[in-house]
Write a new protein. Structure first.
Length: 635
């Protein structure tokens, strides 16, 4: 990773500073108050109480004591979102003796967090960790700024190339901390550097490791599909030689890939007893090059795109959690995938009418650590140290001319100030409303059907949902990923769950319908559409109220299609007047990410207060919406 330029560093700081105020105010971590008028109307300061120019915003302030306050102008949006007017955010006094890295001589995001420390109740260790993660995030953002591309070039990129041009989680301020990575690690393994990674392979004795696969995919078949014959021979020779010294039998070992960082950081050190007794053997480095996706620990094969993605643990903390692989969910992942594919394959609506594909986690290896397994109250990262999951690649779903883009990518704005979605609409030859209607029809019916018909909730946030586009860049379907810990069910023994294996049933969490509905209410509507709707309004002149009316219309079309499920619609409450606000920054910054807990949070997320649901009052236009006239998402 190159050292970021001053201009890129300053731009990253501006963006993070604005995001900090907007998202902290949204989650009510900070409480802006109206700024009283003094008649002078300076940017970010006091202004008149009369009508304001469109987009100018009204004046607000944040008071932090000791004579320090911040001022800005802002408008309010859907869900009570705060939208700062560009160039109006100011600290008073302008600077402090804190050593803050200022932006153009003015206070930056570091200073804001220092000023807010007492308000947020941070102790010294928490403050230091927050600043550490902020600096790492700002550095990664600055690096991404140096590689920014115009919208037309972004539209030309394939799925893997586009992954290197993402902004990270839209709700979370500290979304690229990657604590545990040195600068050289970030340069080698962070997605925004668009590098290539070769994986280390290990053999682990059956006393420590267990393989799981979908029906018909045993360990031998998997290895023959993922490794070249020459590599299989080389690794087999290395295993035989090690077993000759240790006395173990080669057939008593399971093979798996390990991230090179993790091998050095965790396996060589924490698994040293089992390396010494010959139960873990380093087989060597495989030749295939992989590209990290936004989650970092999931990698896609560059040399053979139709080979499976590989998800491996990394001993780093990013966003909310340590990025390991929990042993039991990892072992159950193929069972969950086989069950989800069974639902699809036996349901004519999912199978024949929609293009909604759960990206199967087809095989896994779960490795336990006997020493830490005996310490049940050890921090959870010590219970998810080694394993691997093989996932279907998106490339295998695409027909000639089709492209895949994560839903998160649709929030991208190019270096030329044009939104990626603007370019996609232009290339499609459709009106903005028509394109958007087809996007909503590609996205929502499959998620709704899983939720209503089967009581199955994915976690379809922007990175977990991949939008499939045809040769004209029109959305035609979706692929959804992450099942082992991110699929949730309703309580009780329901007929829909009859074919779920016992080990899958043990690891899937159960929630009542109104909480299961957060898979859409929070992950999609408040977590993604909260940002997507204003982007459409700004770049495609499609008003937000029109957008939410189209979302409601798509849901109502599903309701009309399946009237036999009517009793369930009310239970899930997608049109309820309000719902709980998921507050991810609260979870990250008020203690959750700094606790050495033995268990991850079992709830969906930390919630704080309630937000008004725009779907409750959205009113679709009379008659059939032009956006879906004549369109479908058929294969």
């Amino acid at each position: 990773m190159n050292r970021p330029t001053r201009a890129a560093w300053e731009e990253a700081g501006r963006r993070l500073l604005t995001k900090a105020v907007e998202e902290f105010a949204y989650e009510e971590l900070l409480t802006p108050v109206p700024e009283p008028s003094d008649g002078t109307g300076p940017p970010g300061g006091s202004g008149t109480d009369g009508p304001l120019p469109e987009g100018a915003g009204r004046p607000y302030r944040l008071d932090f004591g000791d004579g320090v306050h911040w001022t800005f102008r802002a408008t309010r949006g859907t869900f009570g979102t705060w939208r700062l007017t560009e160039g109006t955010l100011r600290r008073h006094p302008a600077t402090a003796d804190s050593g803050d890295a200022a932006v153009d001589g003015e206070a930056g995001p570091e200073q804001l967090l220092l000023d807010a420390r007492s308000t947020l109740g941070w102790d010294g260790p928490t403050t230091a960790e927050v600043l550490r993660e902020l600096t790492a995030t700002r550095r990664a953002d600055a690096e991404a700024r140096t590689r920014a591309l115009p919208a037309a070039r972004l539209a030309d990129l394939d799925h893997l190339e586009l992954e290197a041009h993402q902004d990270g989680h839209p709700c979370m301020l500290l979304n690229k901390g990657r604590l545990g990575f040195a600068a050289s690690d970030a340069a080698a393994y962070a997605p925004e550097t668009a590098g290539a990674v070769r994986l280390v392979w290990a053999a682990v004795h059956h006393s420590l490791a267990r393989y799981s696969g979908i029906p018909g995919l045993d360990a031998g078949a998997l290895l023959s599909q993922e490794l070249n014959p020459g590599t299989l021979h080389r690794f087999g020779t290395a295993l035989a030689a090690s077993c000759a010294d240790s006395g173990h039998a080669p057939d008593d070992f399971t093979w798996l890939p390990v991230h090179p960082f993790h091998w050095d950081e965790a396996v060589e050190t924490l698994f040293a007893p089992y390396l010494a007794d010959g139960r873990i053997i380093r087989l060597g480095e495989a030749p295939d090059r992989y590209r990290p996706l936004q989650s970092i620990r999931t990698l896609a094969n560059l040399d053979h795109p139709h080979r499976r993605n590989v998800k491996v643990p990394l001993l780093i903390r990013n966003t909310l959690v340590w990025r390991g692989l929990s042993t039991e969910p990892t072992a159950a992942a193929p069972d969950i995938s086989a069950w989800l594919h069974g639902l699809r394959d036996t349901d004519p609506y999912l199978r024949d009418e929609l293009r909604c594909h759960p990206l199967g986690e087809e095989a896994s290896v779960a490795v336990r650590h006997p020493l830490y397994a005996s310490v049940r109250d050890a921090p959870y990262r010590y219970h998810e140290l080694l394993g691997a999951v093989w996932r279907e690649p998106v490339a295998a779903l695409l027909a000639d001319g089709e492209r895949a883009r994560t839903m998160a990518a649709l929030l991208s704005v190019g270096s030329d100030g044009r939104a990626l979605v603007t370019e996609l609409v232009r290339r499609s030859g459709r009106t903005p409303a028509d394109w958007l209607g087809r996007f909503l029809h590609a996205l929502l019916p499959g998620l709704l059907h899983h939720l209503y018909r089967y009581g199955v909730a994915f976690c379809p946030h922007g990175e977990n949902t991949v939008v499939l586009h045809d040769a004209t860049d029109t959305p035609v379907g979706i692929a959804v990923k992450d099942f082992a810990e991110d699929v949730n069910l309703l309580p009780g023994d329901r007929p829909e769950y009859a074919d779920l294996s016992a080990r899958a049933d043990r690891v899937l969490l159960r929630w009542p319908a109104h909480e299961l509905a957060h898979s859409l209410l929070s992950a999609v509507f408040a977590g993604h559409f909260r940002f997507f709707a204003p982007l459409l309004a700004e770049h495609l002149a499609l008003p937000e109220h029109t957008f939410w009316a189209m979302v409601r219309a798509e849901i109502e079309r599903y309701h009309a299609r399946f009237p036999e499920l009517a009793d369930r619609f009310q239970d899930f409450g997608l049109f309820a007047p309000e719902f709980d606000r998921v507050a991810l920054n609260r979870e990250q910054l008020l203690g959750g990410a700094f606790h050495d807990r033995a268990e991850r949070d079992e709830g969906f997320d930390v919630v704080h207060g309630r937000v008004t649901n725009p779907l409750a009052t959205a009113r679709p236009a009379a008659g059939r919406n032009e956006a879906t006239a004549g369109g479908s998402c058929d294969r």
